[in-house]
Design a protein. Sequence first.
Length: 178
Amino acid sequence: MHRKLQNRELDRLDVEAFKQADKTPIILVLDNVRSLNNIGSVFRTADAFLIQKVYLCGITACPPHKDIHKTALGATESVDWEYRKDTLSLMGELKGQGIRCLAVEQAVGATLLQDFQGDGRTVALVFGNEVKGVSQEVVTACGAVLEIPQFGTKHSLNVSVSVGVVVWELWTKIKKAL
């Protein structure tokens, strides 16, 4: 018989323990994401998988905001984040630090998510605007693209769903490699 666990039985980290914990070598970059609910959801996913950092770029809103808080449920307090006006300059900075930058987009020459193999470096995953996706100049600057295979009639997934799918896939590959 299955019994749902109560929150006190889940053995979750408190904020201070989260900040001290070893992080998954993944950085999330939101390139002009406009939905406050999507931003909050990305923070929740980042918390769940001990993501290193979230960069909020361009028009992407920053905490504190009630609509981000509504879906983040406090994850903006645990997850390290930073605002950057320009995604393109951030890509140059991250690449200069040896971080592998990957746009999550549908593009010629993209690597399907299930075929991606990491090389041990931290990856920065760039997710784009709900309508326009990742800007072409940022896709070009990344130099590599991951694509989530899709088989239905729609052209894309919700950005927060895409973050969850990609983070889960990479997290499981990272954990298997350890």
